[in-house]
Design a protein around this ligand. Structure first.
Ligand SMILES: Nc1ncnc2c1ncn2[C@@H]1O[C@H](COP(=O)(O)OP(=O)(O)OP(=O)(O)O)[C@@H](O)[C@H]1O
Ligand code: SF4
Ligand SMILES: [Mg+2]
Length: 434
């Protein structure tokens, strides 16, 4: 069969190339689950010796569950090496999962082969982190952006050149630059070329792996805004991967926080920013600069996580964050917390979540244990945590005492709690006096 015979005619996605206001149109069913991931795992084998025996595995992604709904943006954040890119490659099926299930529009695509995946490649596209290495320097922009049509055997109405020029104008580039090479463009422009390539086949889901982290800060906002505008115009669904919360903050509807191959918190954006429940989220959040003059003291709340992320070859037992968590107790070392919905729209995997009313008794216990981990965190963090916990614990104790005992006994209980809290905070001042 010739290339021409294989070619499928698809209607042009817009009225034609226009310098301004170029649009694409696309069907969308907002709210429908587009992507569903269940128990997804990727373990990269570590092989050694002449016989290349497997001696271990990198647990890059270690059992994650989430859904992405049509029209939404899911932000995925976490420190370097926590498995974000691997997750992105698994859901776009550029990598074969070790275990788990990936469903796209209800269809199980976990183990589809190359031919089975071909039609799906149109629907799911990826934008890569580095706009310098992800564009072939020997190909013109026209060839690069037009490549998906060739690969899929698709002939757009009006021809590939016309369609590529239209796509270039959609992402804010000059269509006349069709014959130029990548080195003639700046980083931001190159990322726009990558975006144009990803949009060529009118995808439903775009997975953007750190789309702006290689760009200057001033250009980052422009590219993030472009992605946002394209979503409004085309009804796209995004999974946007970033290593901190500042990039995904304004564009995400929901945010998944990853740590060592696991999702530790998955929540609606506003809930996550207003009251993060996982201690790791709280730490990540505290690193985001707050441009609010009323919070000029926010700097003192910054949580500095000590130490590196542990090796994904042998992740810590129980909760993987326990080696760096200022709230860790014995149970955290032995029992892995399950990701559960503690509030509507907020799933958390933690035995002692932040901002949760049932916390007080556990916190009181763990603050004694936290003394051991005190060197892991800044004093003010521990003091703040102690203060909050002591206040909640005092409230709970007073309430319980009012119900069951004499008022004098209630006072005694409260003092005992305060003592524990101030002991853990590493100073002699009673918590309620701070
Ligand atoms: N092909 C591979 N073979 C072996 N190990 C791999 C492979 N790809 C990734 N890893 C390992 O899996 C872990 C997760 O890597 P991944 O690239 O997904 O992290 P990431 O969160 O995207 O990090 P970054 O923010 O630095 O991009 C890392 O320890 C990495 O070394
Ligand atoms: S489960 Fe324990 S160690 Fe893990 S984040 Fe929660 S408090 Fe910290
Ligand atoms: Mg990565």
């Amino acid at each position: 069969m010739s290339d021409d015979e294989k070619a499928v005619k698809i209607p042009a996605q817009a009225d034609g190339p226009t310098e301004q206001g170029a649009t694409l149109t696309k069907d969308a069913a907002p709210g429908e689950v587009l992507l569903k991931v269940t128990g997804l795992q990727k373990h990269f084998p570590i092989k050694k010796g002449l016989l290349q025996r497997q001696v271990g595995a990198v647990h890059a992604v270690d059992g994650i569950d989430f859904e992405v709904r049509s029209g939404e943006t899911l932000g995925v954040v976490g420190e370097s090496g926590c498995g974000k890119s691997t997750m992105g490659r698994l859901i776009t099926r550029l990598l074969e999962p070790t275990a788990g299930k990936v469903e796209f529009q209800g269809k199980d695509i976990t183990h589809l082969g190359v031919s089975g995946m071909r039609p799906l490649r149109r629907d799911v596209q990826m934008i890569f982190q580095d706009p310098y290495s992800s564009l072939n320097p020997r190909h013109t922009i026209g060839t690069i952006v037009g490549a998906p049509f060739k690969l899929q055997g698709v002939e757009p109405e009006g021809g590939v050149k016309k369609e590529v020029q239209r796509l270039l104008s959609v992402v804010g580039l000059n269509p006349e630059h069709y014959n130029r090479y990548p080195h003639e463009f700046s980083g931001g422009q190159r990322q726009r070329i990558g975006i144009a390539r990803a949009l060529a086949l009118n995808p439903k889901l775009v997975v953007a792996d750190e789309p702006v982290s290689a760009l200057d800060v001033s250009i980052q906002a422009q590219v993030v805004n472009l992605l946002d505008d394209l979503q409004q115009e085309l009804g796209l669904t995004y999974v946007i991967i970033a290593h901190d919360l500042s990039v995904v903050r304004h564009v995400s509807d929901r945010i998944a926080v990853m740590y060592l191959g696991k999702i530790v918190e998955l929540a609606d954006r506003d809930l996550l920013y207003k009251s993060p429940m996982h201690p790791y989220t709280k730490a990540l959040m505290s690193a985001v600069p707050i441009p609010d003059p009323r919070r000029k003291h926010a700097k003192s709340e910054r949580i500095l996580l000590k130490g590196d992320v542990p090796s994904p070859i042998s992740p810590p037992s129980g909760c993987r964050f326990h080696t760096r968590c200022w709230k860790a107790t014995q149970v955290c070392k032995t029992t892995e917390p399950v990701l559960v919905e503690l509030r509507t729209g907020q799933q958390v995997a933690c035995h002692h979540p932040e901002n949760f009313e049932d916390q007080a008794p556990q916190d009181t216990v763990l603050l004694t244990v936290a003394k051991e981990a005190a060197e892991l965190v800044a004093d003010e963090v521990l003091a703040e945590s102690a203060e909050t916990s002591a206040a909640v614990a005092a409230e709970v104790a007073a309430e319980a005492a009012a119900e069951t005992a004499e008022p004098t006994e209630a006072t005694g209980d409260t003092e005992a709690v305060d003592e524990t809290a101030s002991e853990a905070s590493g100073d002699d001042t009673p918590a309620k006096e701070k």
